[in-house]
Design a protein around this ligand. Sequence first.
Ligand code: PSU
Ligand code: MN
Length: 304
Amino acid sequence: MSIERMQIAVDVARALAAHRAVVALETTVVTHGLPQPQGLHVSREMEAAVAAAGAVPATIGVLGGQIRVGLTGDELESLAATPDVPKLNLSNFAAALVARGAGSTTVSATLLAAHHAGIGVFATGGIGGVHRGASVTDDVSSDLTALARFPVAVVCSGAKSILDLPRTVERLETLGVPIYGYRCDDFPAFWRRSSGLRLDQRFDDLAQLAEAIRAHYGLGLGTGIVVANPVPEADELDEETYERALNGALETVASQGIRGREVTPYMLEFMQMVTGGQIVDANIALLKDNARVAGELAVALANA
Ligand code: PSU
Ligand code: MN
């Protein structure tokens, strides 16, 4: 199964043909979510964590107008070095391809590519969701649209907590996208282990999680699944730092009138600055852990 303008790397294609475990990784978190060189570094570490779990990593991005599934390290570097590389979602994807340029894929665009490549598991940091103030701005990430359309399991530490988390959870329910807590009872708040929002489903065992994923697909809904894996305890941000950084970022975004696609990168950058990089450390830790869990999950699904 493939779509136009998509190229799958040989090792990824081989693994898929042999029904071996493959994990998709996005590139927006590398180019827009983290400063360099940490972004590139963590991307390599995520690939290594997937491989250590026995799965093949497939980092997805756009180069020369081609959707590349399985970027090499050099290719990823050239993507990260592209000035003002666009952040691609479902609506600006095609235009970036015909412009023959580079682009980093958000969760939504990565889900589209992963699904059409035949990849069922994807690891990221936090999904996009319903923004605070969405009742006025209508800013809801196309990540939710993609989760409602592509049956891929996304291992993440919840949604970025700059969002309206209760409404994000509500919207996932409306869309028919289950949230499976992996060894957690609550929806994680990205840098914090818990948002206080209780989840319906908790799984402590990977084989049971894999079974629940297959059961969901068995319903034929066609929707994806959120697998919530909280930031490792040792790397969780303390509550005071978290609240201070978050509130400062929210105030700045409001007072400067930042909107749309700019909101997420702007807030992340602001929070990195005011926490002296503590946010970055937590972000890196959770990304690596999500890659590990995704690798293990992909193996469990492939062996079932
Ligand atoms: N989580 C992070 N950093 C990021 C993102 C998520 O910690 O940069 C990216 C993801 O690629 C996600 C995107 O898909 O932000 C959502 O952006 P928006 O809210 O504009 O849809
Ligand atoms: Mn948006």
